[in-house]
Design a protein around this ligand. Structure first.
Ligand code: ATP
Length: 302
């Protein structure tokens, strides 16, 4: 983040892009150079105090500041923050492609090519986030935004947890945690032991990869409690694996390499769950050079 001092009058506020539980996000142009387009997240001070959201806003700001240092392409960059009497303002990269979830809903399911493209970028970004000691804790397709070329950016770090350096050196790191995140993507260790670690993000990633090819998350009950029961019972199934007849379903059977990788990510015991390094070495990602950032961060459409 640069140290430029800003105020709302430095920007031309355009249309609303959306709103969350404690903020409204607007598209905005920099008056000094209108070619610079941002998304400005505006949080009402009165509202965040009244709703007890100060903790989440502070976590989000601190985590985005920490992660912005390396300019990783997979993270929505926080450029400036400022405040006036009414509001706090976060000036962020503008993701003009909207949410990954909206794209998935439009398409129903992603082709294997697209599922792999998004999964590779998610794995690379998550590896960077974890290397900084940060557990996201609320990974889901709504929290992944897209640019104009189909490159993704992870956002919404309000539930993130930063592990201190000493703890990070331990082979297994877990933080005691109450329920944060979204029912469908919550890990079994959080439900069973109130614990959350780096591997909890791997669990959520497994749910997302499943959703890319199936069109819905693996665990979804009639209510939150049913969803939680399904998670701890590992009660999920592949539609296209069970019905591999291309003519009957109109869709080819899911590649067994995806099924096998997701199975390793959706493993109840955290000690047995695959690591990000293990995921990078999976056969579904054969041919991906994880050091070649230019190839990983290619857009999928221009
Ligand atoms: P909550 O805070 O309740 O979890 P949220 O994360 O969706 O909800 P915001 O971060 O305030 O809340 O975002 C609101 C909406 O604004 C998002 O759903 C998204 O569609 C849009 N949005 C957020 N950030 C950006 C951005 N950087 N570029 C483009 N659109 C964005």
């Amino acid at each position: 983040m640069t140290s430029r001092k800003c105020s709302p009058s430095d920007f031309i506020f355009k249309e609303e892009l959306g709103h969350g539980s404690y903020s409204t996000v607007y598209k905005a142009l920099d008056r000094r150079d209108v070619k610079n387009v941002y998304a400005i997240k505006v949080c009402s001070k009165q509202h965040i105090i009244k709703e007890g959201k100060v903790k989440y806003v502070t976590i989000e700001k601190n985590t985005l500041n920490l992660l912005a240092r390396a300019n990783h392409p997979g993270i929505v960059k926080l450029h400036y923050t400022f405040h006036d009497a009414q509001n706090l303002y976060f000036v962020l990269d503008y993701a003009c492609g909207g949410e990954l979830l909206t794209l998935l809903h439009k398409m129903g399911t992603f082709s294997e090519l697209w599922a792999r493209h998004f999964s590779v970028q998610l794995v690379d970004t998550l590896a960077y986030i974890h290397s900084q000691g940060v557990i996201h804790r609320d990974l889901k397709p709504e929290n992944v935004l897209l640019d104009q070329t189909g490159r993704l950016m992870i956002t919404d770090f309000g539930a993130a947890f930063t592990v201190d350096r000493a703890e990070q050196l331990g082979a297994h790191c877990a933080a005691s945690s109450s329920f944060v995140g979204t029912a469908e993507y919550v890990s079994p260790e959080l439900l069973l032991h109130n614990q959350c670690g780096f591997s909890s993000d791997v669990w959520a990633l497994g749910c997302m990869v499943f959703q890319f090819v199936e069109g819905h998350p693996p665990f979804r009950g009639e209510n939150e409690l049913r969803t939680f029961e399904k998670i701890i019972a590992l009660d999920y199934s592949w539609n296209y694996e069970l019905h591999p007849n291309k003519i009957a379903t109109g869709k080819p059977a899911t590649n067994p390499l995806i099924v096998s990788l997701v199975k390793k990510m959706l493993t109840i015991n955290t000690q047995d769950r695959i690591s990000l390094r293990g995921i990078q070495g999976s056969s579904w990602f054969d041919g991906v050079d994880w050091d070649d950032k230019r190839t990983i961060w290619r857009g999928i459409w221009q």
